[in-house]
Design a protein around this ligand. Sequence first.
Ligand code: ADP
Ligand code: MG
Length: 371
Amino acid sequence: MPLFDPRPKSNRRDLYDREIELSLLAKGFRECSPLILLLGLRRTGKTSLLQVSLNETNLPNVIVNCRVFEEKNSITYYEFLEVFTRSLSKLLKRARGLSDLLSKVKGIKVAGFQLELDTSRKERPTITSILETINEWAMNQGLCVIIGFDEAQELAKLRGIRILPVLAYVYDHLKNISMVFTGSQIGMLYRFLKLHDPNAPLYGRVALEIRLNKFSYDQSIDFLEKGFLEYGIRAPRTILEHAVSVLDGIPGWLTMFGYYALTKGVTTRVVDEVLEKAMEMVLQEYKNYLRIRPIAAKRYTLILRAVAENHNSWSSIKRYLEVIEGKKISDYVFTQLLRNLVDAGFLEKKNNIYQIPDPILKQLLLKHKHI
Ligand code: ADP
Ligand code: MG
């Protein structure tokens, strides 16, 4: 499979660069690091990186896809358990003897290679008992089991269970389990984990943090060139430069451009088409974000639009908002709103300058005044 395959990659040969990040992850796996954080904006390749490195290790592993909770306001314990146990089923095929152990956990049944919740019982299994069982099995095998939670910030929506004490327990006592959390909304993930909050269960725990950045300008051009060369296409440099100026170094957008250009031709028109498609996707994602936060929705959009129109400092964005609303807004409330947008990854703050890291979101705000 080629560089321009639009799905998350699973093979190193389809992954452009990321050598350093791959070796950091591999090291984390070898040492069975209790907590690994894989952070980066949307579409920088977190899922790909995780899949590729899991593919290269021979340690048993699963990925729990928390993206399925993205559109929800909250997650019940039962909903989480269903997703969790279904994901764990993937372990059973490779882990001999594990299903016998797991079938002894109260509230769980094993049917073939499927791990299911036993609904005939009132009792729900506890996550801790499931993880303890996996750890026991791993210990007997002398192995480390890797459990990835993709887009883990979604777990902050869990209700009816305090998940942080569970994670802290796994961190401290289940030495044969390594947890990997990926997160697009980096601030949200940190707010959820509370690693720096003295009153929180995970306080003071050290995480191995791996950050995925956008491709540099040169990498972006090189990525596109290499991708087209896989098909014997020598793409005109000017068009590639145009594509990178519009799509920036975001691997997902560049991949999408490559994918469409392969069938439609390497033209500026395809760059525009990809931009349109990308804007639709980002609009949908942004609307999902607003839908769960209806009260501040209007203000979030005004703030982002201000930044898109190059009002980049705290005070100039605030003035913009106040002029449009025709009234003052308290410093506290305003700072809070900005922080939320930064934590969700829609804004970036560097040296007190605010910027929109995704060029597509920026274009969307500039072009479509009705959001
Ligand atoms: P994330 O999980 O961070 O949102 P994904 O792993 O889903 O990102 O990647 C988004 C898109 O970009 C996918 O189409 C994937 O194939 C592609 N992609 C990301 N990083 C790379 C890379 N280093 N090389 C090739 N393709 C990549
Ligand atoms: Mg992903």
